[in-house]
Ligand binder design. Structure first.
Ligand code: EPU
Length: 309
């Protein structure tokens, strides 16, 4: 969104272990750190934000699964911690990617680089999240996605830092993620193992292009925004209308405060036309929410995260 101020403390771990140390160092001092992924779905208040932010930008690592060496560890990833590491000693990645269509991503892997890497390896399925910005950690935490798929559709195992500050590996069955909700509570995503369906690269590429074409036609993708502002409401209650359609029906497209404007293209996006402040964006969001509630009786729930104080 390109709005908001600065943070008091900013930590940049480079590995899952450093991330765990950073989280624990904060907690030991009675601080609850905020975790920053790519910031793609986030609005940060103007001014100085007190406390600690831990950014995952330097944890941009994606690699193939390293098979267990005979007699060492086990092929079960849950019992094989070295599978989460980029360079386990004495191991060689399988020659043929199709033999094991999985990838390990650390929290700072960008979603666009994940989608590109999967395409280049002939790993299908994840192209459904093409065009979504941000990091893997944030994407898992909020179960990023859309009509063509969600991140958790491709997760085999997530390694989180739990409330006790320990690593914990969780399956989708244990987590039960929902719509735009990774259901992880205060646990911090350190890494994930993703699984794919082998597919011809050309087919994956074609699907990516089709999805991007459709998205570009209906969303202000090249403008500064924080993605969809509101979650879609229960469609039975809203008569099948998503949040964007509701805002549109209420005549709010183009409404603006300062340089913050409800996108004329899609009602669920607020765009920064240049010099918007966080205060403008936040006030506009509240205005839209109140107006939709008044006109339709539907209380929209925020999808974007706000860091206010
Ligand atoms: N519509 C309108 N007016 C608008 C916007 C939409 O009439 O201003 C209509 C469209 O014509 C369409 C329907 O509403 O018939 C649904 O719109 P769209 O296809 O754009 O999908 P959406 O439900 O608004 C969801 C996700 C997006 C995701 C797209 C595509 C939510 C809140 N939004 O949008 O996610 O990109 O599907 O997969 O779930 C995000 O999470 O940040 C996000 C942008």
């Amino acid at each position: 969104m390109r709005v908001g101020g600065r943070v008091e403390w900013f930590l940049e771990p480079t590995t899952p272990e450093e991330l765990r140390s950073a989280v624990n160092a904060c907690r030991e001092r009675g601080l609850a750190p905020r975790i920053l992924g790519g910031g793609a779905n986030l609005i940060i208040a103007d001014g100085i934000l007190p406390g600690v932010v831990i950014g995952t930008g330097r944890m941009n690592r994606l690699f193939r699964i390293w098979p267990a060496v005979d007699g060492e560890g086990s092929s079960d990833q849950e019992q094989d911690p070295s599978a989460w590491s980029a360079e386990p000693s004495g191991r060689v990645a399988p020659a043929d990617p199709a033999l094991d269509p999985r990838l390990v991503g650390w929290a700072g892997t960008t979603l666009p680089s994940l989608v590109r890497a999967a395409r280049d390896l002939g790993y299908g399925g994840i192209e459904g999240v093409v065009g979504i910005p941000g990091h893997l950690g944030g994407g898992v935490a909020m179960n990023a996605g859309g009509h063509w798929g969600e991140l958790w559709d491709h997760i085999e195992l997530v390694r989180v830092i739990d409330e006790e500050g320990e690593f914990l590996d969780l399956t989708p069955e244990q987590v039960q993620p929902g719509y735009r909700n990774g259901n992880l509570g205060t646990r911090v995503v350190a890494a994930a193992i993703l699984h794919f369906e082998p597919a011809p690269k050309a087919l994956i590429e074609q699907r990516m292009r089709e999805i991007l074409r459709e998205k570009n036609a209906v969303q202000p993708v090249s403008e500064r925004s924080a993605g969809c502002v509101f979650k879609n409401p229960d469609l039975e209650v809203s008569g099948g209308r998503g949040a964007g359609r509701l805002v549109d029906d209420c005549g709010l497209k183009g409404r603006s405060i300062g340089d913050a404007m409800v996108s004329p293209l899609h009602g669920n996006f607020v765009v920064n036309r240049g010099a918007a402040r966080a205060t403008d964006v936040l006030a506009l969001i509240e205005e839209v929410r109140a107006e939709v509630a008044q006109q339709t009786g539907i209380e929209l729930e925020l999808e974007v995260k706000r860091w206010l104080d």
